[in-house]
Write a protein that binds this ligand. Structure first.
Ligand code: HEC
Ligand code: HEC
Ligand code: HEC
Ligand code: HEC
Length: 261
């Protein structure tokens, strides 16, 4: 099977799944990015994907993918880690996070490498050896959610909705200042609603929410609401590390896309 056939198979999946990622900026590619696992693959062990530079295959496969009920597993080919992580907690948080559904959507896929328990070069039936947070000579990035704790990380897994859901947050305007007199307990007028765009782009926040089956089909915030996993060229000034973000880290544009501060 050639690369075009694989791409066609994968894009077919993209239109049939319940994601609302349609409005994303054209992706800048995985090859030679931090997510190009052929760089870390076990060449010495004869890993065929690394030898052929099949970048997609560390995360996806056109056949024999992992299947697990109604979970979002886009032709997933990478062993999954645990499913439950400790949520972020705070006295001022309006968002309701349920640990049982928090990892729905892309977030659990990220954790299948980033919590440092599954080797990044593991794929299909091949067991790799290079672990994030463990192999410091290879990786500079610290693990995220190591030992199951996402309690010191930006909250994810909650409904990003300011209009209909009683647990809704994000009632702020898409642009300009909020009408604070309209504050409703449990809703946050200082967070922009999903029609706002990431600063410096035409991409809407709502296009990077995952439509959660267990949360009434509403869009929840995930790792992919801030990051683009298929990204090589960041939104930042050229040459700067920008952590695959959907808006520039410069001037905290990413944060200010949502938070009216
Ligand atoms: C490091 C892991 C990783 C690699 C490598 C990777 N993907 Fe993905 N892919 C993901 C994750 C995670 C998602 C879930 C949606 C998201 O986070 O954007 C996804 C979703 C998708 C989707 C469905 C949703 C969408 O965004 O359209 C398609 C199609 C896709 N990937 C194609 C590819 C192709 C083609 C390649 C190789 C050029 C590739 N991916 C390489 C992790 C990866
Ligand atoms: C197949 C394993 C794998 C998966 C799945 C994966 N990553 Fe990564 N990610 C890596 C590796 C390896 C690096 C490079 C680490 C380093 O060099 O220190 C990395 C680096 C990153 C970085 C740092 C970029 C930089 O510029 O330093 C971010 C941000 C990131 N990943 C986010 C994500 C998100 C979000 C997801 C899910 C949507 C995800 N990753 C899924 C393996 C993975
Ligand atoms: C609210 C936005 C946001 C969300 C949600 C988010 N990140 Fe990040 N992430 C960032 C920013 C911004 C950085 C850049 C580092 C910095 O500015 O300190 C970053 C950095 C990273 C890095 C680079 C290494 C590090 O630890 O700093 C990794 C890996 C990463 N994120 C993975 C993830 C994963 C996995 C998830 C989901 C569990 C996630 N991120 C959710 C905004 C976010
Ligand atoms: C896609 C929109 C979005 C982005 C981007 C984003 N946030 Fe958030 N953030 C939220 C939402 C929504 C909440 C939950 C607000 C609530 O419940 O009141 C939140 C929660 C928080 C909280 C916890 C508030 C509390 O009461 O404990 C902090 C702090 C925070 N964000 C800071 C940041 C920073 C710093 C950045 C940039 C690195 C960032 N956020 C990027 C949407 C976003």
């Amino acid at each position: 099977m050639n690369t075009n056939t694989v791409l066609a198979a994968l894009s077919l999946v993209a239109v049939t799944i319940t994601m609302s990622f349609a409005g994303t900026e054209p992706r800048t590619g995985v090859q030679d990015s931090v997510h190009d696992m052929t760089k870390y693959g076990t060449l010495a062990g004869g890993d065929p994907e690394a030898q052929q530079e099949r970048v997609c295959s560390y995360c996806h496969t056109p056949h024999h993918a992992i299947v697990d009920g109604s979970d979002y597993l886009p032709l997933w080919s990478h062993t999954l880690t645990k499913t439950t992580f400790t949520p972020y907690k705070s006295g001022t948080l309006d968002a309701k996070i349920d640990a049982a559904s928090m990892m729905e959507g892309p977030s659990k896929l990220c954790m299948s490498c980033h919590d440092g328990t599954i080797a990044v070069d593991t794929h299909y039936s091949f067991t790799g050896t290079k672990m994030l947070n463990q192999d410091d000579s290879l990786f500079g990035t610290a693990g995220v959610g190591v030992n199951g704790g996402l309690n010191n990380d930006h909250p994810i897994g909650f409904v990003y909705d300011g209009t209909s859901n009683p647990n809704g947050i994000a009632t702020g305007p898409a642009a300009g200042d909020p009408d604070v007199s309209a504050h409703i307990a449990g809703k946050d007028p200082y967070v922009r609603n999903g029609t706002a765009t990431y600063i410096g782009t035409t991409l809407k926040i709502e296009d990077r929410l995952y439509l959660s089956a267990t949360q009434g089909g509403k869009g929840i915030m995930t790792c992919s609401t801030c990051h683009d996993v298929h990204n090589k060229i960041n939104q930042d000034e050229s040459g700067a590390t920008n952590y695959l973000l959907l808006a520039s880290n410069k001037g905290s544009s990413l944060c200010l896309s949502c938070h009216i501060k």
